[in-house]
Design a protein. Sequence first.
Length: 139
Amino acid sequence: MKRILQDNNTYVISLSRGEELIEEVKKFCEEYQIEAAFFHAIGATSEVELAWYDLGAKQYVTALFQENLEIVSLAGNVSKLGNDMVVHGHGVFSNKAMETKAGHVNKALISGACEIILTRLEGKIDRFFDEDTGLNLMR
């Protein structure tokens, strides 16, 4: 991971082949003591784990795609759940046939490059466990 540019509270970050997007964003935010942010990313992956939340069952259904995919669009936010950093992202990925796969991003292993724009927000976003939905929601 490289910090390419910082303009006030906005960072341009570049990930390299073999780095995992969610973990790298988490490490970056821990290093810079960022407790609230949003980010956008484009690039390419060789493996992505996506999830879809089944509200009735209160659990995620996951799928692992081990193929070269373009990150068409990935957006997310950064918050805290107790002392833990939470990186929450949703993405759309496209294969060679330009068919898309989309969902909550659990993991995205970079195959070529990834370019991230992360904007730090002043303050802290906290999450709490919501019994009704089974999700860790912002408060």
